[in-house]
Structure formats: structure tokens, C-alpha cells
Design a protein around this ligand. Sequence first.
Ligand SMILES: Nc1ncnc2c1ncn2[C@@H]1O[C@H](COP(=O)(O)OP(=O)(O)O)[C@@H](O)[C@H]1O
Ligand SMILES: [Mg+2]
Length: 262
Amino acid sequence: MTKPPSSLLKIEGLEQSFGGVMALAGISFQTPESLIYAIIGPNGAGKTTLFNVLCGFYQPAAGSLRLNGQELRGLPTHRIAALGIARTFQNLQLFFNMTVLENVMVGGHLRAKTGLLTAALRLPRVRREEQQLREWAKEALELCELADRAEQSASALPYGLMKRVEIARALAAKPRLLLLDEPAAGLNDTETIALRDLIQRIRATGITVLLVEHHMPLVMSVSDRLLVLDYGSVLAEGTPADIQADPRVIAAYLGGAVQYAV
Ligand SMILES: Nc1ncnc2c1ncn2[C@@H]1O[C@H](COP(=O)(O)OP(=O)(O)O)[C@@H](O)[C@H]1O
Ligand SMILES: [Mg+2]
């Protein structure tokens, strides 16, 4: 008997509400390992909320979230980070008084045994761990083609590279699942193409990428599969070709005359 392809992330019946607003109204989907899985949908569809629930920022009212079979519901954020989920934020969250390398090292601290405070005190026993985090941060900077910027102040970078530092920071936590929340927002065309190449390099290392994004040429060219959310529910799921041909998705989100082949 052949085993079905194993899914890295399996979400079932997930519900999250804020007051009267059902931000996630019982969604289910699963993502196999080592692919790029996009989540699209209009503003307010629940995309960022899904990321927040996945990272443990919110505890859902119902449903289950399993990473490689392990239930994440109820776990605190640092446990989830240690199990291999890292994210970037829709709005830039860099420390502008720190260098690029220091910003990226923060990512490793999120899953390290030593807390940020202990690390900040630089006790001898945490030095080895610090060395490890520095290595991970440097690897992440290499992958993001930011190695030559390591010692610069984060504030000195152009916007497109600041967004890339955030991706490097998430990678420095050595995730198996990387959540990118609108990474192309505010990028010019050249930066967007560079982002597409980066996302593909990340996938090639074996990391699964969940990509929330409105830039349809990017989404349609880079994703293996897509999930379409609308008002907190799954409207459709499938390959880019399936989604572009789905009349419900066209009506709710993509609009009429669109051609996304790249
Ligand atoms: N912390 C919050 N408090 C109250 N309402 C929220 C909160 N976060 C999200 N929402 C609501 O949940 C819905 C989904 O929001 P969000 O997940 O940010 O959508 P998206 O990222 O798809 O644009 C929206 O109606 C939004 O106003
Ligand atoms: Mg959002």
C-alpha cells in the first residue's frame, strides 16, 4: 500500500471571531511539505487572522491546527516557533537602531532556549547559543542576498531590502513553515521579481511557504497551490490554473479581464 503524500500543515474547522465578526468561520485545508501555498482574498477575508492563529497570538474558538501531526492549538507562541513556524508581518517591524545582522538574530532568539532578556545580559553560558544564532542569521542573510549589508544600520536600507530583512529574520528561526504576509506590498517591479526568486530559493531548501499576497502576477507564477478566502470561509482551493478559471473566484476577487500568466 502506498502512503498518501504527507501534509505538513493540516487545518480543520478553524474558527476565530472578534466580537460579532467571524474572521475565520470554520476553515479547513492542508499543505503538503516543501511547496509554495498562497492564500488570497479581499481585504478583511481573514488572511492575517489565520497567520495570527497559526502563530499562537490568538486562541481559536474551535478547530484544530496540526503541524506534522502535532496539535498547535493551545500552545504558546514560543513553543510554536520552536516547532518550526516563523512569520513576517504585514507592516514592517524592524528595529531601526540595530544593524541588519542584529535584526536578523532576533529571529533565532524567538525559538532559542535562552530568552531575549538573558541573551541581552550576555552571560558566559549563553555565548555558545549566541554563536549558533549568529550562524543561523548569517545563513539567512546569505539566502536573502543581504550578507554584504550585515553591519549596516537597518534604517539605512531601501524599503525593498528592509522587507527582505524581515524575511531573513524569520528564516533565522530555522522554520519548516514560513508565513509571509503581503511581502510584495510597496515593492517596485524589480524588487518583486527578486522576491519571487527568493521565495523559490527558500522553497528549494525544503521550507514550506504560506504566502498571503495581493500581487496576482507574483502569486500565480510562484505558487504550487492556492487557497481563496472570502468573509472567513474557503471559497476555492487548487492550482493557479484551477483558481484563475473558477467563476466564483473571478466574481468575488479576481474580477473580469485578467490574465496572470507570467
Ligand atoms: N484584533 C482584532 N480585533 C477585532 N477585529 C479584528 C482583529 N483582527 C482582525 N479583525 C477583523 O477580522 C476580519 C479579518 O481581518 P484580517 O484577518 O486582518 O483580514 P485580511 O488579512 O484578509 O485583510 C476583519 O473583519 C477584521 O476587521
Ligand atoms: Mg492582512
